[in-house]
Design a protein around this ligand. Sequence first.
Ligand SMILES: [Zn+2]
Length: 207
Amino acid sequence: MAKLKFYYGAMNCGKSTLLLQRAYNYEERGMHIATFKPAVDTKGDNKIVSRIGAERTVDHLLTATDNFYTLVKENYFARQCLLIDEAQFLQAEQVDQALRVASSFNIRVECYGLRTDYLTHSFPGSRRLLELADELIEMESRCSCGNKATLQARFRKQGIGHFEMILDGEGPQVEIDNQENICYISYCPKCYLEKKEEAIQKKLSKE
Ligand SMILES: [Zn+2]
């Protein structure tokens, strides 16, 4: 039986770069593959974009109502591997459908995504993947202090060159970074909690 795999990590750990690299390697070996990403990730439109500049147009942008099992059955049945970027944005039932694809059709499904959101809670897609995936592969990135980064914080621009950390109740779970107003920084738990405390104190002093 083919496997459902989840490559997970914090923001900027190189998930999309690894996906593109693996896609390239599979095709070089003569394998037939297809790539997907949830349409909610508007960065790069219908492309998977890596920070080092590589990109690839996806075969299908997944909407929230797409049935992944039916989609594969009707369009991608002859592929040997399916790669999904930003898999944290999948619907929970789409992850169940991906498991069915791997087990019924014997097609490998590789999902790449974040484990948690900017408030340290899981996304519906990543939660289901952590429950269902045959293999969980953690991708490491570093906090500026040198420790392993496992969390990320969201910042919003509040003036020229000044960004403020977004706290609980101050924003939606999904907000795509655009390098202008919204950005994300990966932290180890210790630095994350320190930054959060700092932001809370700053806000209290303003009131
Ligand atoms: Zn740190």
